[in-house]
Design a protein. Structure first.
Length: 617
């Protein structure tokens, strides 16, 4: 229940945000004679949030006595005087949203089991009781606002007195977060391809993860829906009795779904199926299916240790069913008491990663509590700094390893030894010799299934593996250069003008990629006739669907809207492109690309407002 009430406080943000599209005159006139205007109502709500964040929530501890609520009349008068110092309604909305988000975050950190008292108030308070006061407060004022706007024939959805496209023009021209930014928009009819709306639609912009729309289409066209990746086990000698007289090889062919459990199965098969108890030679990892370039051309060094910036190898390992290839999962839980080190475990459990644990356990939750993870460049030492409270649940972080091939090799050698298989030689990275014999192999899930985490969760590593695999299959070399040639050839066949785009990777993490919104809507229109289109469409995040592998990156956005679209975010860039069906039942294809934002986190709210407007097409 407490969680639902906090969500209700958060939901007010969207209801206030949409007021930016309402003419100022409607927002500054009193809702009734002697009553506040909408401008003053928002200011009043903000001032209460400010008071709670500064005065009340910091004091919330078990059995504490909090300050009294201020006298309402004097507090309200003070609020009105305060907001009169603001030069625009936009600024008031900005500070309300900023403070409301701070309020929600602060309340989420408060222990739900505590009780406390408020001076001059009767009875014991729980956190839920406290929050309910202000959800009711929100409800009262939002109803006032909506009733006033409805009475004046202006709803909080797009203005019924003007065409939605005019509303879109006004939003682009007037939204303060777009001043100095670039907004490229292309909207077309999904049936005919007819252009419905354009704004800077032919301007090349950074697509961020909207690049995955093209990579996925190229992969389906080149590799096919049922394409699988293989991991092979080879030997270069004979099995005599319980002894392998020679070396054992694991050859990777790009499988991003290989997991520790698969290495365990290989080991079990060697032990039980083939009866091997001793290996006289070496344990060798072969990653020659791809080249040895680990990072895409424009990877920022700050991203190298992050799961979304993991190195690419033909032999790699995923610790989870999101298939975050080339990463290790670090689990953290509170230590035994205040000041004690946090407890740390790894999955897979491996000595390939060394942890420098400087993180401690603290008695109470505060806003600055948290743990930072950083892997040293060129090493597999992960430094942990910060703190977590004694009451915290287990937390997990995924960190990219340095050299995934050696990571797989290290984990597999550990599993062989744990099984009781004696290894006489060394562990090393090399190629399977021509005289080698294939012993067994493991197949990945098919491409049609891999597209789900790739597109819905925006898995960067999958994008780069797809590029290298296309290069290997079509050109005979698993490299970015040749893989991107294949992507460009497909792009041309999909109706994209390849003379006017610049593509550098498959995931969109590059800040060098350039493509126009118009080109993306061309792509999305053209591929509807492909036999694999249903698979492609199913891979897109679905707006408002709470299941992670359904809603993906849109699971908390655009609830109630019929939208299937790919999101994208890098520094200064936010994008959203895909398919939608407005209330009218029409089918639209759209691409919204926002570049040169001062804060890319502003982008989704702006994109969602645009979709809200398009819903009335």
């Amino acid at each position: 229940m407490r969680c639902e009430r906090i969500k209700a406080l958060q939901a007010t943000v969207a209801k206030v945000e949409v007021l930016r599209c309402i003419p100022d005159a409607m927002l500054t006139e009193p809702i009734r004679t002697g009553k506040w205007s909408i401008r003053e109502i928002i200011g009043h709500m903000y001032y209460w949030d400010k008071y709670n964040v500064e005065k009340m929530i910091p004091e919330m501890r078990n059995h504490a006595i909090l300050p009294a609520f201020p006298d309402h009349d004097s507090h309200n008068a003070e609020a009105i005087r305060y907001i009169d110092t603001f030069d625009s309604l936009e600024r008031i909305i900005d500070v309300f949203i900023h403070t409301r988000k701070a309020l929600v975050q602060a309340l989420s950190y408060v222990d739900s089991d505590i009780t406390f008292y408020i001076a001059d108030e009767s009875g014991e308070y729980t956190v839920e009781r406290f929050i309910s006061i202000f959800t009711e407060h929100d409800l009262h004022h939002i109803r006032q606002i909506e009733n006033h706007l409805a009475k004046n024939a202006v709803e909080t959805q797009p203005d019924s007195s003007s065409a939605p496209l005019e509303q879109l023009d006004r939003l682009i021209g007037q939204h303060p977060r777009l001043h100095g930014a670039l907004a490229g928009i292309s909207i077309c009819d999904a049936i005919t391809g007819r252009t419905i709306y354009e704004h800077m639609a032919a301007t090349r912009l950074h697509p961020a993860s909207n690049m995955k729309l093209l990579t996925a289409a190229a992969a389906l066209e080149t590799l096919g829906e049922n394409y699988v990746w293989k991991t092979e086990i080879w030997i270069d000698g004979e099995i005599v009795g319980d002894e392998l007289c020679g070396s054992l090889y694991i050859k990777g062919k790009g499988d991003p779904t290989l997991q520790p459990s698969d290495l365990e199965q290989f080991t079990a098969d060697l032990y039980h199926r083939f009866g091997i108890r001793k290996i006289t030679g070496d344990i060798v990892a072969d990653d020659t299916w791809y080249d040895n370039v680990r990072l895409s051309p424009d990877m920022m060094w700050l991203d190298e240790h992050c799961y979304y910036g993991a190195q690419v190898s033909a032999l790699t390992l995923s610790p989870d069913n999101d298939y975050d290839a080339g990463t290790v999962k670090i689990n953290v839980r509170p230590g035994l008491g205040d000041g004690s080190p946090v407890e740390v475990s790894l999955y897979p459990d491996t000595n390939y990663i060394h942890i420098e644990n400087n993180a401690i356990t603290v008695a109470e939750q505060t806003n600055d509590v948290g743990i930072e993870f950083l892997r040293k460049h060129g090493e597999n030492t992960v430094i942990m700094n910060g703190a977590i409270p004694l009451t915290a649940e287990k937390e997990s972080e995924w960190i990219a390893v340095w050299e995934p091939t050696a990571y797989v090799l290290s984990v597999w050698v550990d599993k062989l030894r744990q099984k009781g298989i004696h290894i006489s030689g060394n562990a090393k990275v090399d190629a399977v010799p021509e005289t080698g014999k294939l012993l067994m192999q493991h197949e990945s899930i098919p491409l049609c299934e891999l597209l789900i985490p790739f597109m819905k969760l925006s898995n960067n590593g999958h994008g780069e593996i797809l590029v290298k695999e296309m290069g290997k299959v079509v050109r005979g070399e698993g490299s970015w250069d040749l893989g991107m040639e294949v992507v460009l050839e497909n792009a041309a066949s999909f109706g994209i003008d390849t003379d006017n785009i610049l593509l550098r990777d498959g995931s969109g993490i590059s800040h060098v990629n350039l493509i126009a919104p118009q080109q993306l809507t061309n792509l999305l229109f053209f591929i509807q006739k492909k036999p694999w289109f249903d698979t492609y469409y199913r891979s897109l995040p679905i707006a408002g669907k709470k299941e992670r592998m359904a809603g993906g990156t849109l699971r908390e956005r655009l609830t109630g809207r019929n939208v299937a679209a790919k999101t994208g975010t890098i520094f200064g860039v936010s994008t959203l492109s895909g398919y939608m069906r407005p209330k009218s039942g029409k089918r639209l294809i759209f691409s919204i690309m926002l570049n040169n934002l001062l804060d890319e986190e502003d982008g989704p709210d702006i994109e969602d407002k645009m979709i809200d407007i398009l819903d009335y097409m």
